[in-house]
Design a protein around this ligand. Structure first.
Ligand code: NAD
Ligand code: UD1
Length: 343
């Protein structure tokens, strides 16, 4: 049994990973400032797993708080989710993104180094590949970001590479997620966007729930089989399991390695809409509109490194992710703000 610091533990992916860690018998300390989440998520994590965790409210940029945390717990490793993640907002507020995502990670790495805790799993993103030349995308593909959010992920990866090169006591996996969707099958935790969702899956869920009238499909003139954008949608429960495997990996290996987490399958916007309708019985009204600036046609992972290095592969398909995501949405139409909670 290990003790892990999970930053951003109350967030969408952090909460699902906390369940996986607790269910595997590990101790979890979550550090979250709740800037994009609710402490209620952590109560539900404990209910699902049937085990307690330690929830600390605070910011990863707070060096004094980190020093106290590392003095108070014998951490075996850190899984670092805490970050801002809205691409459009990062273009408008680059300083906030560099401060939080790069500055926050530097502060955390410094505290880890001082405490002698050097096992680190980082939340990176397929966004570091920009518009790919070749599909499927391997980890050897060039890193070229197109917005400040993506740049923060690429910068942190550079820091991690330099750190591992300078000191072979560091052991780091940078997980490059493709498109996480869905929710825990209990329907108790899930994605809880504050505002109008930017991403496809939460938007579909809100159309199904009657919160939005129809989905705007951003272009049907892409060079793809049905003309709509193609992505690699990954069930968040699979993604959470990938973190457990990555933590096991950093316990046994030194150095820094980037690893794609995806299914290896591309699914178009219209295929996802149809999969959602089939899995839930809910019709999704949509209309085709113009392309979204900055979008790419297609993006899916070559997940063979994840299988070879971590022993991980995605188990669930999009149908299952749709059914599970819809259960969360239906039971919590207003996310964690839903009055009365789960019905
Ligand atoms: P999220 O916003 O749900 O979770 C992030 C959590 O970090 C939130 O609970 C937020 O309150 C917390 N947080 C933010 N800044 C903090 C700070 N300075 N100190 C302490 N806590 C802080 O997002 P998510 O979807 O769970 O994403 C988790 C990680 O995965 C992020 O690093 C994100 O960039 C990355 N990622 C997400 C996706 C995706 O599609 N969701 C894809 C690729 C990568
Ligand atoms: C987004 C992020 C990216 C992140 C990735 C994984 C943006 C601009 N990019 O990209 O940084 O790494 O998620 O989480 O936010 N679509 C519609 N209508 C909608 C929303 C989306 O048609 O209302 C289409 C898009 O054009 C795209 C597909 O659905 O073809 C998926 O979009 P989205 O969920 O935003 O993911 P990404 O574009 O991959």
């Amino acid at each position: 049994m290990a003790t892990l610091l999970v930053t951003g533990g109350a967030g969408y992916i952090g909460s699902h990973t906390a369940v996986a860690l607790l269910e595997a018998g590990h101790r979890v300390v979550s550090l979250d400032n709740y800037s994009n989440s609710s402490p209620l998520a952590l109560e539900r994590v404990q209910r699902i797993a049937g085990r307690p965790l330690t929830a600390v409210e605070g910011d990863v940029r707070d060096a004094a708080l980190l020093a106290r945390l590392f003095a108070g717990h014998a951490f075996d490793g850190v899984i670092h989710f805490a970050a801002l993640k809205a691409v459009g907002e990062s273009v408008a507020q680059p300083l906030a993104y560099y401060e939080n995502n790069v500055g926050g990670t530097l502060s955390l790495l410094r505290a880890m180094d001082t405490a002698g805790v050097r096992r680190f799993v980082f939340s990176s993103s397929a966004t570091v590949y920009g518009a790919p030349d070749l599909l499927p995308i391997t980890e050897q593909a060039p890193v070229r970001t197109t917005n400040p959010y993506g740049a923060t992920k690429a910068m942190v990866e550079q820091v991690l590479r330099d750190l591992a090169a300078a000191d072979d006591r560091w052991s780091v996996v940078s997980l490059r997620y493709f498109n996480p969707i869905g929710a825990h099958p209990s329907g108790e935790i899930g994605e809880d966007p504050n505002d109008i969702p930017n991403n496809l899956f939460p938007f579909i869920c809100q159309v199904a729930a009657g919160r939005r009238e129809q989905l705007a499909v951003f272009g049907d003139d892409w060079p793809t089989p049905d003309g709509t954008g193609v992505r690699d949608y990954l069930h968040v429960v699979d993604l959470a399991a990938g973190h457990l495997r990555a933590f096991e990996f950093v316990q046994r290996h030194a150095g820094m390695v980037p690893v794609n987490l995806g299914t290896g399958r591309g699914v178009s916007v219209l295929q996802l809409v149809r999969a959602f309708e089939a899995a839930t019985g809910q019709p999704i009204a949509y209309r085709i509109v113009g392309r979204r600036p900055g979008d790419i046609a297609e993006c899916w992972a070559d997940p063979t490194s994840a299988e070879r290095l971590l022993g991980w592969r995605a188990e669930f398909g999009v149908e299952r992710a749709c059914a599970d995501g819809w259960r969360w949405q239906r039971r919590n139409p207003d996310g964690y703000r839903t009055k009365g909670g789960i019905t």
